[in-house]
Design a protein. Sequence first.
Length: 95
Amino acid sequence: MGIDLPEVVAEVLEVDVADVQPDANLVKDLHMDSVLAIDITTALEKHYKVQVPDDQMDKLTSARALATCVEGLIAKASLHAHLGALRARTPARPH
């Protein structure tokens, strides 16, 4: 899992970080409701500087699912930044 993800989730859900196990169900095991789901998403977006798509929210049912989603978003953002830097350094071709 991401290095700080369990801590972020534990803080929002007000549980012990040891309870945030990779496969713990956030709703059934850690009592996350829809408001807390939004709070977790917001906290992760701020912490990792990513934007979690709304259509992904229902799929984020465990800490492992959250970590996979955030890691994918970070990788995508990094790739976009890298490609943008390459484009900025590449001279424009005449048409």
